[in-house]
Design a protein around this ligand. Structure first.
Ligand code: JFZ
Length: 419
């Protein structure tokens, strides 16, 4: 899974029939994540089927989405192949409830995306809701009585056959993003894991397969771990307050906030899986495009400080103004605020060369001890003018000025605080 550890940044896509409802059903607006509308309003499956008949997302453009992800510096894409609503967004033979059979659209967007990803050299994974299926009578539903359900039948007749299709008909699959196992047993989760690994040994399995059987852990939305964890981890995150498209939700996180989250997550060793929710016509909301493009401006010049980095040992201070990322022989200092100069205390490694990552402009530096005897790094902006240096970096320096410090030795050495 080295590719996943190195990628650091991925694109999540939540797209399904719920995208067409856009957060509203029969004049009622949802106050929950929009892809849950069928559950929240208890819309009967028969009624919901009519929504499928009207689904015609002509504007879906796989190539454009892949370009957006690449420009943002993302290394992988994960798209909903079947969410809790039970509707296959691909051409599935095991169900009649699919985007090819139940709509006039008739195209297989998952195939289009898989082909675009292969063309452009970006990995593709599938979200698959393995336990919750609100359409299948034997699929589970959160906060419902699941006792009478024949989950074995659902597993054998829908879940596993569909996973088999996804893993045999779309080329290499980077990962299966399982979700909400609910009351699935460890044995059932293990069966699914084994099936994935049998069909594609390299395919990763997300933590929400249940019972700790994932290859990595997923946290809650924007829940960023404070301390190192045992398993590799990822933060799935929304750009507003919903995964599936909601026309009323305009509370967009700004690119600055996204870049900060990315740096914070990467500095702690995690991955950031950032979501877009295309609408009922398949269009990516304009705000989402703009935000990702601006994040791309940062990544164009600074990807080296994100992609392929490894978590450093825990630095003994919460800097407030920035974060540290690194790789063998290099420390990247992410400066997110205005500062006359940059100082790091309790850092022992010897500095060899210091420069602004996006431009290569060299910075004056000094290695010394403070009056208290702590090992210390001092770094100055050219002509002591941070603002001018920032302007020279252009779009790449708007949010974060990344300083690259080449050090002696491979791993950076911090010194404990000892008052
Ligand atoms: C789940 C889904 O129910 C939701 O629709 C969306 O697909 C999201 C990515 O995943 O929602 C969750 C599940 C678990 C947590 C948070 C949201 N969690 O563990 O905090």
């Amino acid at each position: 899974m080295q590719w996943w550890l190195d990628a650091k940044f991925g694109l999540f896509i939540h797209w399904g029939l719920y995208s067409m409802l856009a957060g509203e059903y029969k004049g009622r607006k949802t106050n929950n994540i929009a892809e849950w509308i069928i559950h929240d309003f208890q819309i009967p499956p028969k009624e919901y089927e009519h929504i499928a008949e009207q689904f015609d997302p002509k504007e879906f453009d796989a190539e454009k989405i892949v370009q957006l992800a690449k420009k943002a510096g993302m290394g992988y894409i994960v798209i909903t192949s079947k969410h809790h609503e039970g509707f296959a967004m691909y051409d599935s033979a095991c169900s009649d409830y699919t985007i090819v059979k139940s709509t006039s659209f008739g195209r297989d967007p998952i195939r289009e995306l898989a082909q675009a990803c292969q063309r452009e050299g970006i990995r593709l994974g599938f979200y698959y809701s393995q336990a919750q299926d609100w359409y299948d009578e034997n699929g589970y539903e959160q906060d419902a009585d699941n006792e009478a359900k024949n989950f074995r039948k659902y597993l054998d007749e829908k879940c596993k056959p569909q996973l088999r299709e996804l893993l045999t008909q779309y080329g290499p699959v980077a990962l299966i993003w399982f979700d909400t196992p609910l009351i699935m047993t460890a044995e059932e989760s293990k069966e699914l894991r084994d099936l994935v690994k049998e069909l594609q040994p390299e395919c990763l399995v997300s933590g929400r397969i249940g019972s700790g059987l994932g290859d990595y852990a997923s946290t809650g939305d924007n829940f960023i771990p404070l301390l190192p964890t045992k398993k590799p981890w990822e933060v799935p995150a929304t750009l507003n307050h919903t995964w599936g498209f909601n026309k009323f939700d305009t509370a967009w996180k700004q690119p600055e906030a996204i870049v900060r989250n990315l740096i914070k997550i990467v500095s702690r060793g995690g991955n950031y899986l950032l979501n877009i929710g295309p609408d009922g016509l398949g269009r990516v909301p304009e705000e989402s495009q703009r935000i990702l493009e601006e994040v791309g401006d940062f990544m164009q010049g600074n990807a080296e400080s994100i992609v392929g980095t490894k978590a450093l040992p825990v630095y003994p201070y919460d800097l407030g103004w920035g974060y540290l990322t690194g790789r063998s022989g290099k420390v990247y200092i992410h400066v997110l605020e205005e500062k006359p100069m940059v100082q790091l205390l309790n850092i022992v490694s010897k500095m060899k060369k210091v420069y602004l990552l996006a431009s290569g402009e060299e910075l004056k530096f000094e290695q010394r001890e403070t009056c208290e005897g702590d090992a210390c790094w001092n770094i100055w902006w050219p002509n002591d003018d941070q603002k001018a240096a920032r302007e020279r970096l252009g779009a790449a320096g708007k949010v974060d000025m990344v300083i690259c410090v080449e050090i002696e030795g491979e791993e950076v050495e911090f010194e404990p605080i000892d008052f």
